[in-house]
Design a protein around this ligand. Structure first.
Ligand code: ATP
Ligand code: MG
Length: 424
């Protein structure tokens, strides 16, 4: 850093005139990234993916200016946008995987008086104790971090009469000094954490209308998988309710990845074929294996490398260890089961947090309760299942089912729906 470079500073800083003509600072977003910073030489790739995901989530909100500050911070500006639009942007980016915290911040000139003024105003109407935390990502500033924090803290105390508590403050003012500006902010909104969607490849999630499968899909998106969805309806023996539910669930999950596709396969007749081939107590397992085989054929078309289900060990009779092994036997692709070790209460808490619980709890006719025996086998024999499938030519049936799939694009941004055959 040379002394001469300081002379140009501040020239690009936007100043919004606040009350009484003072510089109130431009409202923008400062985001803190998590694991992404640990990725060493892959970091650039992660950043590029994250930036692109943020742009997709911000669609329709205007021309966003996005800049990476060091490895752990991103600034987004929406120059000249009203504050409500910046707040809407904050709500959207809090769902973008890879971001740990979202702060609505005031961007002000690198000038101690202006910073102090904005910091003092940021605690107007607050009660209790406070602390000021300052840090400099760029050292060109007339004060050290602790001098700045001390100075601004003294002015806040003078002005609002609040007491300082450095260890457990009720309010915290953050001051972050950057190359061309200082960011002033108080609270933050927690983000999703995890890795940017798309960093870990593609997966196909088997989506019932239940509570578990949306949570499982969310977990895998959070680990960087871009997820497509496959729902089996009981059509033509049930109504379309389960499809509406799957559609609403995917639209809610679309907030976390943007650009989700939902494939819907009418499964009723295939279920009937299984029954008439004498599955009896193995009906549920035979159905689930046929679902997985169909999913595998679709995944092949989509370039997905893994299947995702909402199985949790022991939760229902199809989810005993023996039965899970019998399900794994039906396909070559790996089946990811992120909920395997979770109990129902934990899963429901997660479902509530990601906004899918109330949708999952709506009534519907689940295809799995169609044509199923009163008593399900808890220790299915793989040999028996394979014999049934051989009689039926299950592989061919799965290939056929894929051609009957309809694709929808449930977007959280609107009602955009396309219905075309998924494969020729
Ligand atoms: P969920 O709450 O996700 O429905 P569940 O506890 O009811 O799960 P099952 O009905 O045995 O358990 O289903 C286990 C998993 O199988 C589901 O999480 C889902 O991944 C898949 N699955 C079940 N039914 C369907 C369906 N109709 N369409 C697509 N996938 C399904
Ligand atoms: Mg279910």
């Amino acid at each position: 850093m040379t002394a001469t470079s300081e002379t140009t500073e501040g020239s690009q800083t936007a100043h919004a005139a606040g009350p009484a003509g003072r510089d109130a600072g431009e409202l923008c977003l400062l985001m803190k990234l998590g694991e992404i910073v640990l990725k060493g030489s892959n970091r650039k790739l992660f950043e590029r993916r994250l930036h692109s995901n943020i742009r997709s989530a911000a669609r329709g909100l205007g021309d966003i200016k996005l800049s990476q500050r060091g490895s752990g911070v991103i600034i987004i500006r929406l120059p000249d946008a009203p504050d409500e639009r910046v707040a809407e942007l904050a709500e959207r980016v809090r769902n973008v995987m890879g971001i740990v915290w979202v702060h609505l911040v005031r961007r002000v000139a690198k000038d101690v008086d202006t910073v102090t003024d904005v910091a003092v105003r940021s605690l107007a109407d607050r009660t209790g104790t406070f602390a000021v935390r300052a840090r400099r990502r760029n050292k060109r500033f007339p004060m050290s971090s602790s001098e700045l924090a001390g100075y601004v803290g003294a002015r806040i105390k003078e002005h609002h009469g609040l007491a300082v508590n450095l260890k457990h403050p009720d309010n915290t003012v953050f001051l972050e000094v950057d190359k061309d500006e200082v960011f002033v902010f108080t609270d933050g909104i927690p983000g999703q954490g995890g890795l940017p969607v798309g960093m870990s490849g593609r997966g196909l999630a088997l989506m019932s209308g239940g509570i578990d499968s949306p949570v499982a899909a969310h977990r895998m998106m959070r680990r960087g998988l871009k997820v497509d969805f496959l729902h089996f309806s009981g059509m033509p023996f049930t109504g379309p309710d389960s499809i509406y539910k799957a559609y609403s669930l995917v639209r809610q999950l679309d907030r976390f990845q943007v650009g989700s596709r939902l494939f819907v396969v009418p499964f009723g007749k295939a279920q009937q074929q299984l029954t008439t081939s004498g599955t009896d107590r193995l009906q549920i397992l035979a159905q689930r294996r046929l679902m997985l085989k169909t999913a595998e054929a679709l995944a092949d078309n989509l370039g997905a490398e893994t299947l995702i289900t909402g199985d949790a060990l022991g939760q229902v009779s199809s989810q005993t260890m023996t039965n899970i092994t019998a399900l794994d036997d039906s396909v070559d692709l790996p089946i990811l089961r992120p909920l395997i070790g979770m109990d129902k209460v934990e899963i429901m808490d997660q479902a509530r947090a990601i906004g899918t619980l109330s949708i999952s709890e709506l009534p519907d006719e689940d295809c799995c309760t169609l044509l199923t025996p009163r008593q399900a086998e808890t220790a299915a024999n793989v040999g028996d299942l394979r014999r049934i499938e051989k009689r039926l030519d299950a592989e061919e049936l799965a290939e056929h089912l894929v051609t009957t799939a309809q694709v929808h694009k449930p977007s959280f941004l609107g009602e955009e729906t396309v219905t075309v055959p998924s494969s020729g």
